[in-house]
Design a protein around this ligand. Sequence first.
Ligand SMILES: Nc1ncnc2c1ncn2[C@@H]1O[C@H](COP(=O)(O)OP(=O)(O)O)[C@@H](O)[C@H]1O
Ligand SMILES: [Mg+2]
Length: 513
Amino acid sequence: MALSSFKPKPDEINCLYEVTKAMHGTLDLRKALYKVLDLMVEHLGMNRGAISLLNPETSEIHIEVAHGISSTEMTKGRYRLGEGVTGRVIETGRPMAIPRLTDEPLFLDRTGARSRIDKSKIAFICVPIKEGRRVIGALSVDRLFEEESSPKEDLRLLSVISSLIAQKVVILEEINLEKVKLQRENIRLRKELTKKYSFSNIIGNSRKMQEVFHLINQVAKSNANVLLLGESGTGKELVANAIHYNSLRSSKPLVKVNCAALPGNLVEAELFGYEKGAFTGASQQKPGKFEMANNGTVFLDEVGALLLESQGKLLRVLQEMELERVGGTRVIKIDVRIIAATNKDLAEAVESGAFREDLFYRLNVYPIYIPPLREREADLLLLADYFLEKYAEEYGKSVKRISTPAIDALTRYHWPGNVRELENCIERAVLLCDDKVIHSYHLPLTLQTAEDTDTKHARSLVEVVARFEKDLLIDALKSSRGNIRQAANALETTERIFGYKVKKYNITPGQYK
Ligand SMILES: Nc1ncnc2c1ncn2[C@@H]1O[C@H](COP(=O)(O)OP(=O)(O)O)[C@@H](O)[C@H]1O
Ligand SMILES: [Mg+2]
């Protein structure tokens, strides 16, 4: 619009003067803009005015400040870009003047503010508000349609006012966006706080596990590769899941590869895929795990088991972030995060030459060590109770607690198989148990012996066999509800021999009725 051709009338000059004054009269932006609309109504005989803003992120347009439109009507005034007169003006950046609303199919009256008014008597004028070339919103007014009024003049005047207020509207827009960002950040932080140190399926109150949770929290949201170290059964895979599902990639795939389970010559095909005919047996082309995990995470379990040759190929892919399928020529770009796990001492493997140093550095960006169960006494019973509940429910049993002697046996054992061994042990106990309490005879023999002797010391064969026999007798008696004949039958022995053994081991059959 060529402003030079604009020759304002005296009342318009007066209005523009007031508008400029209003803009600087208060630091409250909305108040200042409201005053502008008010002045337009007062000086120029306009009825309703509104300043609408475009949210560039959602492409939604909403009424930010309005005069003559109630606040409920305002909240209804939401448009998409290009929708309605306002949406069209913001989309095209060109003003629109509609002499009679009834003539304009684009006019939606979404606010409902004009539902009881004869629309044939209303003119609607809407001009864009711009910052440079960018349209940030629109200024719109209605006025009563009069034969002598000229929409063209109205358009010009409105365009001038629009350029006067543009700067303030830009600031308002920035404040709005900042607020949305802060709100979002706030929600994220709040979520993070509730999640903090509690990954609902990872049990652990011990200081050492709290430290692990802290590390998971620190690294999850980043894109850093993570190396999980720890003995077998300590929960490395569980931690890998927690990291992926708390990361920005959580909606993308987590693809797991057990490197120890792959024959050396198939590693490449499995990880990077192959084309049809690449080798005997490749009757179809197949994408590899890295392709399937694109934009997500690859969990390389037992990474220490990779042969040197495969290590080299893996390293190249991690460096270039692109791969070629076996037998293929096409270069495929990938974006994956690597979480690797090993129960080996990788640093030692590097020293001995069994593991490539350069690959080690790539994987070892953020190491997390998960301590063995024997070093986390505080977690042991928590975990035992957790598994008790889990398997009692799974098998429909009403087992409720663990007897004191059984707890003693659990705590005295050194758990070489870590949490996995504990889980198996409790699952078995729940299966064997037919009342509400897990007793020490429901536990594996290796643990039962721990009641009397230190498991770390050698045990005599006689002792172990005796324990085992006693265990069998009690189990049989429990199943037969103390009936000696049935119990003896179940063990394919005679009542006489069974009675003798029961005496020998000091068992009271009546106890199991
Ligand atoms: N802290 C824990 N809380 C609950 N379950 C656990 C925990 N640690 C391990 N487990 C369970 O123990 C088993 C072994 O864990 P896993 O992650 O496979 O160990 P790893 O990969 O280190 O061998 C899994 O069934 C896992 O769910
Ligand atoms: Mg594992």
